[in-house]
Design a protein. Sequence first.
Length: 343
Amino acid sequence: MAGGNPLSVGREIAVDLGTANTLIFVKGQGLVLNEPSMVAVDTRSGAVVAVGHEARRMRGRTPKNIRLVRPLKDGVIADFPLCEEMFKQFLQRVSTSRWIKPTLMVAVPSEVTGVERRAVQDAAEFAGAKRPVYIIEEAMAAAIGAGLPIHEPSANLIVDIGGGTTEVAVISLGGIVTATSVRVGGDALNNIITAGFKRAFKIDIGENTAEEVKIHLGSAWPLAQEVVGDVGGRDTATGLPRTQEVTTNQVREILDEGVNKIIDAIKKTLERTPPELAADVISHGLHLAGGGALLTGLVERVTHETGIQAFIAREPLLSVVMGAGLSLDNLDYYKGSANQGEA
């Protein structure tokens, strides 16, 4: 269930505070919220007028006094006050109690700085969470959510392609052996499409259109049958509306820059993996999670480039939040991460 009426829920909550979307899991309830990480602000008063789905519906249609803001960039908080307010409103939607503060587990990119980690914990506390706020690395959460046997003495390779970052990690015996985090994800791919259309076709397209192009015409590997589509935008020379015919092959060439960065992160992680564990990865394959895992042909491209069979995780969009939710059963293990933020 996403949004809706407040729920009378338990007191242990997991949050995937993502660049593109925020997802909330409540122990005993499952997934209770999945909304865009977006805030609409009145520039005259500074007041927040909408968050989540309501704010996103305003995109491209706002009057001059309404500004749409995404408080997170590249997986970390970029606008602290607006992130706090968004987080607070989301948490209020899934809890009716003002007196009992919930225990929160929040997923963050693996290479966040101490300052960035503390900012997430501060935002969670402002939103109403009990101290300490627990932290789990997104790659670990994604592996748990994907159902990988992370506690066994063999290696598992997870690639979580989110809105702001791609997290690549080799996990064995319940810990991350080596990891790489690159600030390339679904948002960067959209930006690459926008820039590519301007460069190749002399047409400006909006963020919504770039997302649609990525979903319907984007790919990372040649298709059995290439598709042609019409994309509407604004001619850069005349400023007038224009429709451009594009092929899936042309879009794939534009996306290649971003796809290569994701593959380079996978290769970099593999190069740093101990030989014994690398052999496990070759045997078990690697798993793709996050919304970016759904890019057409990415499985085939990663398999070809790395020589390791790639698979899409079950429910890739939910892997991180579900893994963080399952980790609520083992809070003692994450006490260290909570205390780091308090130091």
